[in-house]
Design a binder for this molecule. Sequence first.
Ligand SMILES: Cc1ncc(C[n+]2csc(CCOP(=O)(O)OP(=O)(O)O)c2C)c(N)n1
Ligand SMILES: [Mg+2]
Length: 582
Amino acid sequence: MSGAPSAANGGERVAAVLAAHGVPALFTLCGGHISPVLVAAKARGIRVVDTRDEATAVFAADAVARLTGVPGVAAVTAGPGLTNTITALKNAQLAQSPLVLIGGAAPTALQGRGALQDIDQRPLVAPHVKFLRRVRRVADLGPALSDAFAAAGSGVPGPAFVECPVDILYDEKSIRQWYAEAGGKGRSISDRVLRWYLDRHAESLFAGSREPFAARAHEQTATAPAERAIERAASALAAAERPLLVVGSQALALAGHADRVAGALAAIGAPVYLSGMARGLLGREHALQMRHARRDALRQSDCVVLAGVPCDFRLDYGRHVRRSATLVAANRSRHDARMNRRPAIAAIGDAGAFLERLAPVLRDRARRPGWIAELRARDAAREADIDVRAAGRGEHVNPLAFFRALDKAASDDAVFVADGGDFVSTASYILRPRGPLAWLDPGAFGTLGVGAGFALGAAIARPAGERWLLWGDGASGYGLAELDSFVRHRIPVIAVVGNDAGWTQIAREQVKLLHDDVGTVLARTAYHEVARGFGAEGIEIRSTAEVEPGLQRARAFAATGRSVLVNVWLDGTDFREGSISM
Ligand SMILES: Cc1ncc(C[n+]2csc(CCOP(=O)(O)OP(=O)(O)O)c2C)c(N)n1
Ligand SMILES: [Mg+2]
């Protein structure tokens, strides 16, 4: 708990609640409506990270939330500041990532009267958040923000929005003076009525704001599924010949429990596929972790546990799981647990807590060495196949060979951020995240443009360690201007642009089906020179021989606190042939 003097202005009240929750940074792009929030946050020692696009600020808050389990926070100005966040808000909602968005708004007395940047923000934001509060009194600001934190992190996590009109953020004296001036000095009856009205209005804005105010912090908690469901799941796994676990992002919603969830998986002993934020949970290598041919394994398995994974397009709407298999779904969301396919056992509650509870009940009864060996052999065969493909040489750089080299070069504390099409899908098969919470991708919304914001968020959540921002050349266009933010904030990021001069993931199918590449072609742009313009380092890699030295130079720059962009000219590959997501 952290207090604030009772006369605290609105901005200070907001900052006090952020401080009480241990918020490490406030991501923003400035605007007159939110200035008091930024100034008060800085005064409280909260790092203010200003970006070049409001979407970046929200993506960064999303990444902080995913890596720490505590809602990330962004503040944006009224109107266009807020409209620019919508894609990032939706992405966080679909990824079930808890964040708090603070939005400015026109002065309360002028809303709906044509004030600057004044729009009705509720209908715009409401579909994308799980909590929305339009604050109208200074005294309500602190409680509204505390409630936003509580809502964002509880149940199925997601974004929360608090609208803070500018006239409740400044101090009472300034606002009263402002309203007095707005009332003018006219002597007519209507002038006097206006002044009376504005005086009453100011009175209501500040009502109760002289009472003592203390910021409330909300603890993140999670509900574990019912004991009965855990016991039934344990019995089903113990009876299975080919048990299989698929663990997804939601199992890591309590980021601080990552090691405990990893320990539970090791103790359960069944083979595991990790997806989304759960990638890397078992480290770079683990005897139980399989990386390839998930579909085949799912089709073979007679008991599948989906821990925090819905049956959406990534599991072919549930069709990857055999009809006769016993399906166990552990999920905070009742809807997600049942989507497209009714599980035999629905364990409603935190998926990580489910695994933690399952391990001691199951003990070692689901360890099947023969089945594990079969899957291991298939994994090894796929790795050997990748090696063969990685050995192929063309004019420029083979993407598979590139990621094999990057996997060797990156440090043990590296965090990888994936933003793009085929280039990053290839990365997801080859790069091995080093440990828990060391891989960030957009999630179910498949949003291009998350990368720069995610890298900023990762830098705040994990100040030590390398940050690799893997960009398709198409995707890089959304975030290149943030190299400016990396440089200004002295946040070293190693950005890698997979330059195949095109939106290849789309071109691949479009050309095959429609025989035209219209709209999918880019140039071999000199992205590394763009980076230099922003004050970062730039490295160009055009051939295989340049890959290893180029990566080592990039790491050396980052180690001295500099950001660097590595522009890699890619050759075509058929590695992603046939993969299409709808
Ligand atoms: C915001 C957004 N716009 C468009 C798409 C559709 N889309 C998916 S992958 C892709 C191509 C990405 O190109 P690039 O980043 O260069 O990666 P590549 O496939 O070429 O490796 C596009 C346009 C999307 N997912 N998100
Ligand atoms: Mg591309």
